[in-house]
Design a protein. Structure first.
Length: 161
C-alpha cells in the first residue's frame, strides 16, 4: 500500500541536501530552477543525474537542448535559491542581475557557486511526473574555500568550521 503524497513530501523534508540550480539554454532562452534531486552516478565516465518535474519550463528546455549545467550554491546565495525556486516572483529571465559564465554546452553557470558541472544529456528515464536526466559531465570545477548552502526541513543551513 502506497503512502499519500502529503506524507511523502513531509517525510522527505528531513533529508538534508545541498542546494543546486539546474540551468539550460535553448535557442537563446535561458532558464533554471532550484533542484535538490541531484547526485553522481558514475566516475568513469563522469555522469550525474537530475530529476525535474515535467511541468517545469526548464524540463522542456533541457529536453529540447540536450544540455544542462548544475551550480552547487554557496552559503551566501540563499536569495538565488529562492529566486530559482519561484519564491521570488518569476520573471522572463531568472538570470537577470545574476553573474554567470558559460562553458562547452552554453548552459549558464552561476558564478560564486561552490562547484559546477556542465553536462550533455545521454539518457532519460520517466518516473511518475518527473524525468530523470542523466548527464555526461563535460566540464567541472570546485572551490574548496567556499561553503555550500544546505537545506533541511524547510530552512537553509550551513556547515560550521
Amino acid at each position: 500500500m502506497a503512502i499519500n503524497e502529503n506524507n511523502f513530501r513531509q517525510t522527505m523534508r528531513f533529508w538534508t541536501t545541498g542546494v543546486t540550480v539546474v540551468s539550460t539554454v535553448y535557442n537563446g532562452v535561458r532558464h533554471g530552477l532550484t533542484v535538490s534531486s541531484f547526485t553522481s552516478v558514475s566516475a568513469t565516465p563522469p555522469v550525474v543525474l537530475v530529476s525535474i518535474n515535467q511541468g517545469a519550463r526548464t524540463h522542456e528546455l533541457i529536453k529540447q537542448s540536450g544540455v544542462f549545467a548544475v551550480s552547487i550554491l554557496e552559503k551566501s546565495q540563499k536569495g538565488i535559491s529562492d529566486k530559482f525556486a519561484g519564491l521570488i516572483p518569476d520573471v522572463d529571465d531568472r538570470f537577470a542581475g545574476i553573474e554567470t559564465i558559460t562553458l562547452l554546452t552554453g548552459a549558464p553557470v552561476i558564478t560564486g557557486s561552490v562547484a559546477y558541472f556542465d553536462c550533455k544529456v545521454i539518457n532519460t528515464l520517466v518516473v511518475g511526473n518527473n524525468t530523470v536526466f542523466f548527464g555526461e559531465v563535460l566540464d567541472a570545477e570546485f572551490h574548496e574555500d567556499r561553503k555550500p548552502l544546505l537545506y533541511s526541513n524547510r530552512s537553509y543551513k550551513t556547515l560550521h568550521k
